[in-house]
Ligand binder design. Sequence first.
Ligand code: ACO
Length: 332
Amino acid sequence: MHDSFRTTAKIVGLGAYLPERVLTNRDLEAMVDTSDEWIRTRTGIRERRVVAEGEALVDLVTRAGRAALADAGVDPREVDLLILATATVEQPIPATAAIVQPALGVVNAACFDVSAACSGFTYSLNVGRQFIATGEAKTVLVIGAECLTRYLDWTDRTTCVLFGDGAGAAVLRPGAPGEGILQIRWRTDGSYADLISMPGGGCRYPPSSLASIEAGLPFIKMRGNETFKVAVRSLTEISLEVMEAAGIAAADLDLFIPHQANLRIIQAVGKRLELTDDQVFVNVDRVGNTSAASIPVAMTQARDEGRLGPGSLVLASAFGGGLTWASSLIRF
Ligand code: ACO
């Protein structure tokens, strides 16, 4: 196996936070014209977490970030960079990463947000590892967090049943060759920008525009069926590309952590990669699609469930709005 960098970035701590409030498929039956049966068979989702009144993105980010720093045993003042992946910012200005800086105590870190929808955490891992590889950063905190339920149209059954809130975080430190993030590949295809979008609330359709609100533009829109096909193809291709670059076969993987959008996508990709069910991590039934939080939350839960530990070889692949997709191979 060869590595892209002599100094790799190693994940030395993981943490996650999910809001306490559970929204079940049965709850949704009372809100829109849907059924538990439709949601389970089409998506695999049984329930998702939703922020409480008064709770917002910074609360999720802060809890997940603190958990990862504590897990790593790292003093927050040692963090050089805080990279927050989110598509559901606390507010447009300033960056949510800057807002949470004091609460996290990462007072010496440069803090910024990355927008790459569901691929945001993997994109941010790639940014973080570059700074570690060049020696410009010694400790990087990467967080993926979303408060998607605040951006949903709760009368649109094609989207409101799919998403949930949550946050997950990882602390990166320099690692030796052969450990840490061994490979990452990332891709964007903006010609599919309108497949998953939130058209309102920006400069074309400003938040102040009543017409935009009346037209339902400041809500997440998705052309699910078309997205499904591109997701299966892209996730499969980029996962194979990463494994080939690292010179490993599917059987070498201890765990595959795909973006948790839909169980049918996960199963289709798992089959194409010739993985056994035991190699594929699934929590979409419990958390729904948490976008940028999906992979770090899954990693943390896999670790807590004993399915990922020191020495594990993990492939994590993401796909989302942009379109963006990315895959990372990590030796824990
Ligand atoms: N309850 C009941 N019926 C529904 C619901 C619902 N919640 N939602 C849609 N339907 C209906 C539709 O209206 C349609 O009815 P019709 O045949 O009478 O027109 C029928 O169900 C089938 O609709 P499809 O959209 O074709 O259903 P599909 O099997 O494709 O499942 C889904 C939809 C779950 C969205 C799926 O396409 C999917 O998961 N797509 C990929 C999502 C994804 O990967 N997103 C990427 C990340 S998201 C991000 O970046 C933020």
